[in-house]
Design a protein around this ligand. Structure first.
Ligand SMILES: Nc1ncnc2c1ncn2[C@@H]1O[C@H](COP(=O)(O)OP(=O)(O)OP(=O)(O)O)[C@@H](O)[C@H]1O
Ligand SMILES: [Mg+2]
Length: 289
């Protein structure tokens, strides 16, 4: 195991990402479409952050602003002190902030998995023996070591996404952004990815930013940001966010399953507390006399 990841986490950890009053619009000819407006946020090292919002609310735009794929029209984004507008440090920035997208097939370039993992570090100019170490480490981190010399074609959707994550991890990013990386997967595949990233976050202190449409994936977050029409309209721990039913409705989001059921049961007259998880719901029901 390498020691690049320190277990720095929690309230005392330093702010790795700073977004200060950032706006960005997509302009093409006469047409202007709103990307994000007046967004400010900070993410601490080792945090597990979830971005929620309905289609077109600006989540992917915000993600692309974080790794310098696009730069703010107004405001400022820094990652470990690097201004994303600094052209001279763009490769350093891209290596620090790794992104995994929805469709793993488009992210695979080689016919053998280990070559796929090597691709990123090779482009960073990492020496060959060091690349070998990184391949082993990254495949181990996503529990895919035994597939090292296989073709990515034979893998399940969940396995392909884990390889896509390993390919990013091999660049030793400080921040991993997953933009709806579980959207195309079945429940088993989604579970594998969630388990993998939650372990990387807890054990290695990897900072994770997860964009998802699944409310049940958001429950595990340290903090949730809710986006609506290009703005952040709510920020907080999962319980704070999901119990603000007004903001959830404004953002046109659903509640996690257990929260929805507990709310319905309360409306029907049962005296049970707001539940975030299945366990809390079961506990609430068991306490009923
Ligand atoms: N390349 C682009 N050119 C023009 N407009 C764009 C482009 N990408 C995004 N937009 C617009 O910017 C707004 C925000 O889009 P964005 O992709 O950030 O939303 P999102 O929250 O990621 O949505 P989704 O859940 O559908 O992925 C939308 O109105 C979208 O139409
Ligand atoms: Mg998107």
């Amino acid at each position: 195991m390498n020691d690049i990841y320190s277990p720095e986490r929690g309230a005392g950890a330093h702010e790795i990402i700073k977004v200060e009053n950032v706006s960005y619009d997509y302009v093409s000819g006469e047409q202007v479409s709103r990307g994000v407006r007046g967004v400010s946020l900070t993410v601490r090292k080792g945090e597990f952050v979830v971005l929620l919002g309905h289609n077109g609310s600006g989540k992917s735009t915000l993600a692309k602003l974080l790794n310098g794929f696009i730069v703010p029209a107004e405001g400022k984004v820094t990652v470990e002190g690097i201004d994303t507008r600094d052209d001279k440090r763009i490769y350093e920035l891209r290596a620090k902030v790794g992104m995994v997208f929805q469709n793993a097939d488009n992210q695979m370039v080689a016919s053998v998995i280990e070559n796929d993992i090597a691709f990123g570090p090779e482009n960073l100019g990492v020496p060959r023996d060091e690349i070998e170490k990184r391949i082993s480490w990254a495949l181990d981190a996503v529990n895919m070591s035994e597939h090292r010399r296989r073709s990515p074609n034979k893998l399940s959707g969940g396995q392909k996404q884990r390889i896509a994550i390993a390919a990013i991890l091999a660049m030793y990013p400080d921040v991993l952004i997953l933009d709806e990386s579980t959207a195309m997967l079945d429940p088993k595949g989604r579970g594998e990815i969630m388990e993998t990233i939650s372990r990387l976050n807890k054990e290695k202190g990897l900072t994770v930013i997860l964009i998802t449409h699944y409310m049940d994936e958001a429950i595990a977050a340290d903090r949730i940001f809710v986006m609506n029409e290009g703005r952040i309209i709510k920020e907080g721990k999962p319980r704070e966010v999901f119990s603000d039913t007004e903001k959830i409705a404004e953002a046109k989001l659903e509640l996690p399953v257990a929260s929805r059921i507990s709310a319905e049961l309360r409306r029907a007259g049962l005296d049970i507390p707001f539940a975030l998880t299945d366990e809390e719901l079961a506990e609430g029901l068991c306490r009923l006399k």
